[in-house]
Design a protein around this ligand. Structure first.
Ligand code: ZN
Length: 392
């Protein structure tokens, strides 16, 4: 049994508690939430920390298997430049080195306070380390190909990876990559398969070129397809790219739309009219790295859209840190206090991944992980450049 107190405890689903105190069972289950003064008679046992304490972070979008690409891809290439750079580097690093990097950053994320990750994988070699990890992973097994003749082969490979994860007792489901990277056959069959698991992750409107292609059959994607003589599939639709998935989707499926850098107000209204189960996953540091752009955060807030936060991978980020993502948001958008950012980084992510029974808030009986954030500007209740997080 531990008792932990700090300047503020953020249960997240309720108001922050000044001088709050948590009682935590040996297995990490929250057994009580109170104030320090209510615990004064046993204050000698209390660990007191300067800063705020919140539930463990939920990183809703990562690609752990790209961890070895840290510092290898130049910034501001734009998404098409980025895709070209990534494909140049596929399979040039030894698998043992890739595993070593993934293990290092799995441990790093946990120490920084990340307790659950929505991880996109195209291969199966991260499963063994996920099984041993202190982090809970939901793995989205992703596939893509514009070549219709490859569809059966790719679907089979996707299924084999899903089965491999299930055999190891992991939480896994198939998913789609992005509107521009998948031919119609693969897209519709993988969508059906993902809907069976009632959870789907999808890279949405990461670049303006994606909208230009689907709306007008123009722009950088068209040039890219022509340059590499790629099959003419998918075809433009005369609508923005978000429609490719959402024009025909099961409203019960939890949908994580990732990036949304070029999502308009109309797109957001349309998406929210299609499904109540959409979470808008923002990865601001990755967007700054690749496109030097940020998603329309104010618009999403105005619409009361559900927002969660992801780090994306180290191929397009300098770190896997939720505090750095939150700071990137608060530095670029005014008046978002830490209370709101923490909701995005904890409970909203937990709901999006369907793990809020155990994660996301300080409530009796949950095991959400305990995170300390220090160097907060307590007067404004804002993060500062010196804020750090760690698991307690
Ligand atoms: Zn991604």
């Amino acid at each position: 049994m531990r008792k932990i107190s700090a300047d503020y405890i953020f249960p997240v689903h309720t108001q922050p508690i000044k001088n709050g105190a948590l009682t935590i069972a040996d297995d990490g289950t929250i057994s009580d939430i109170s104030t320090f003064s209510e615990n004064l008679e046993t204050s000698a046992d209390i660990e007191f920390y300067d800063g705020i304490i919140c539930p463990g972070f939920i990183n809703v979008h990562c690609h752990l298997e790209l961890s070895h690409l840290k510092n290898s891809i130049p910034m501001h290439t734009g998404i098409i430049g980025f895709i070209k750079e990534i494909s140049k580097r596929s399979n040039i690093t030894d698998l043992s080195e890739q595993i070593q990097s993934a293990k290092f950053y799995d441990d790093f994320m946990y120490r920084q306070g990340i307790v659950a990750v929505g991880d996109v994988s195209n291969k199966d070699w991260t499963f063994e380390l996920k099984k041993e990890s202190k982090i809970f992973y939901h793995t989205f097994v992703e596939s893509f190909s514009r070549d219709e003749s490859e569809t059966d082969k790719i679907l089979q490979k996707n299924q084999d990876i899903v089965d491999c994860g299930k055999r190891l007792g992991l939480s896994v489901s198939p998913t789609l990559h992005a509107p521009y990277s998948m031919c119609d056959g693969l897209f519709s069959e993988l969508k059906i398969r993902a809907e069976k698991y009632e959870i789907l992750s999808y890279h949405n409107q990461e670049t303006q070129a994606e909208n230009e292609y689907f709306e007008n059959n123009s722009g950088d994607f068209l040039k890219f397809y022509n340059e590499f003589a790629m099959p003419d599939n998918p075809l433009p639709m005369g609508k923005t790219s978000i429609h490719r998935l959402l024009d025909n989707v099961d409203g019960n499926t939890k949908i994580l739309l990732v990036h949304n850098t070029f999502t308009s107000e109309n797109d957001c209204d349309f998406a929210m009219s299609v499904s109540k189960n959409i979470t808008w996953a923002l990865c601001p540091k990755s967007n700054l790295y690749i496109e030097n752009q940020l998603p329309p955060v104010e618009m999403f807030r105005r619409k009361n859209a559900k927002i969660a936060i992801g780090t994306d991978s180290l191929s397009s980020n300098t770190n896997l840190s939720m505090i750095e993502e939150m700071l990137a948001i608060s530095e670029n958008f005014d008046n978002i206090d830490i209370d709101e950012l923490l909701k995005w980084a904890t409970v909203n992510g937990a709901k999006a991944l369907g793990i809020d029974k155990n994660f996301g808030t300080f409530e009796r009986g949950k095991k959400p992980g305990i995170v300390l954030i220090d160097n907060i500007d307590m007067r404004k209740m804002m993060l500062t450049k010196d804020s750090h997080s760690k698991i307690l």
